[in-house]
Design a binder for this molecule. Structure first.
Ligand code: ACO
Length: 444
């Protein structure tokens, strides 16, 4: 899978490292690797063996953890490509399942390939009947993210025939099972929290339609999925499908690097996604807007966001990689306005407040200087709210979409012959060696 991206005679960076130990400076020549796009990458694999030095990069702000062919981001220019295709084009012209195929299989499917993929996903949408019992072990007021972390991890206790990561066919089945079952598992978490019966998937519905159907239908009466809502949800799923080596994807890769089974790896990704600095931000945006309450209080909250001594941050603003507009946010902002108009929202105080906050923050010098633009979570929170999705399900829907990317990245990692267990080093600043002191001799 990894054909070599190194040119025959690649550049070398010459470093003189002086660790401050006897022996003086140690020279090392490090290869400079060139991808097809993006900045050159200094290959430091020899650094420790040649110089006795580690590198220090908490938060991985300068570290490429892997080689990948799936997604490319240029944060300065606001570019996001999946397998070379711009996110704007995919959001406009593709569907979530087609994008899932693209991420996993390298290219857009032919008609025949898509028929096969669509059918395979459709045939795996139900969950093992025994899995229903899991839900009743949770409190009704449990957060749906807490439930899906547990239930997705538990899939490995049900699908023993797709746990062998060294078998390509088993990897494929596990991948399709995860993409197919995530909407069912997510909708069941919601139904459980409101005390309604679980709704089985309907295989004549599209992926997004099915998800909405399982969340909102009841056995008591017919339910028709609103096509505007289904179209908007499909677009949101596309926009969240993958985002190269973000925190949750790196978590999936790290868990997978140990040989853990795919269901366990995706459960690890879900846990990581939950945090408010990552996927949990879409829910946090709505909670923040509720707290602000009225547009007269926006300036008070902006002041707090700028105060170094106040932990408050404007949720839905800023991004580690994008120092320009998040291209997903641009697409979603437009979709958000269309959906609000189509669903007839003329006056919804929370949404009006969001639009006012966006306007004021974009004109504020602090946010301009620090290049803090609204990110995808700002608009997804608002659009989900307008679509009638309960707030606690926002991050769950993000997890449903991101499962496609997690799976694609996991498959790529397993197929990479240079793959090793992920095992970072550290800068130790604790005690040097000392002797044990008996309890009665310890000083307060
Ligand atoms: N509100 C106020 N100030 C902010 C914000 C914010 N939302 N985001 C960053 N800043 C400030 C920081 O205080 C810092 O200021 P300083 O230079 O004076 O110290 C500067 O901007 C740079 O921010 P960092 O935290 O160093 O940037 P980092 O790349 O580590 O963080 C992050 C990115 C976590 C997304 C951050 O912007 C944030 O917390 N945003 C709010 C949460 C959010 O919306 N997360 C969703 C991310 S997108 C996604 O996961 C799909």
């Amino acid at each position: 899978m990894t054909e070599h991206f190194l040119e025959e005679d690649y550049d070398l960076a010459h470093l003189e490292v002086t660790p401050g130990q006897p022996g003086g400076s140690k020279p090392v020549d490090l290869p400079i690797l060139h991808g097809t796009m993006g900045p050159p990458v200094l290959d430091i694999r020899l650094l420790y063996s040649e110089t006795d030095c580690f590198t220090y990069d908490p938060g991985y702000t300068s570290t490429a953890s892997c080689e990948s062919k799936i997604t490319f981001i240029d944060g300065e220019k606001g570019v996001l490509l999946h397998r070379g295709y711009p996110i704007e084009e995919l959001a406009e012209r593709s569907t979530f399942l087609e994008v899932a195929y693209l991420l996993m299989e390298e290219d857009l499917p032919t008609e025949e390939a898509f028929r096969w993929f669509n059918q395979s996903i459709t045939l795996h949408t139900m969950v093992h009947e025994q899995l229903r019992n899991f839900y009743s072990g949770f409190r009704r007021d449990a957060h749906p993210m807490a439930i899906i972390v547990g239930v997705v991890g538990a899939l490995s206790a049900f699908y023993h025939d797709s746990l062998d990561i060294h078998d390509a066919q088993q990897r494929l089945i596990a991948s399709h099972r995860l993409i197919a079952k995530m909407p069912t598992i997510a909708a069941m978490a919601y139904k459980y929290s409101i005390g309604q019966p679980f709704i089985y998937p309907q295989n004549d519905l599209s992926y997004a339609e099915n998800l909405i159907y399982m969340m909102f239908a009841t056995p008591a009466e017919p339910y028709k999925v609103n096509p505007i809502v289904a179209k908007a949800l499909d677009k949101i799923l596309i926009l969240h499908a993958d985002h190269e080596q973000n925190a949750s994807t790196s978590t999936v890769r790290l868990a997978g690097s140990t040989g853990a089974n795919p269901f366990a790896c995706i459960a690890a990704g879900i846990a990581c996604l939950w945090g408010p600095a990552h996927g949990g931000a879409n829910e946090a945006v709505i909670n923040m807007l509720k707290k602000i309450g009225h547009k007269d209080r926006i300036s008070e909250y902006l002041k707090r966001a700028k105060d170094k001594n106040d932990p408050f941050r404007l949720m839905g603003f800023g991004h580690r990689v994008y120092k320009n507009y998040d291209p997903r946010a641009t697409v979603l902002r437009k979709a958000c306005q269309e959906v609000l108009a189509e669903l007839g929202y003329k006056h919804e105080p929370l949404l009006e407040l969001a639009m006012e906050l966006e306007k004021i923050a974009l004109e504020d010098s602090y946010f301009i200087e620090k290049k803090l633009y609204p990110n995808v979570d700002f608009y997804s929170g608002i659009i989900f709210k307008a679509m009638g999705i309960p707030t606690s399900m926002f991050t769950v829907l993000f997890a449903v979409a991101r499962t496609a990317g997690w799976i694609a990245q996991w498959l790529e990692m397993i197929g990479d012959p240079s793959q090793k267990i992920g095992r970072p080093r550290q800068l130790y600043t604790g005690h040097t060696q000392r002797n044990y002191t008996p309890l009665d001799q310890r000083k307060p």
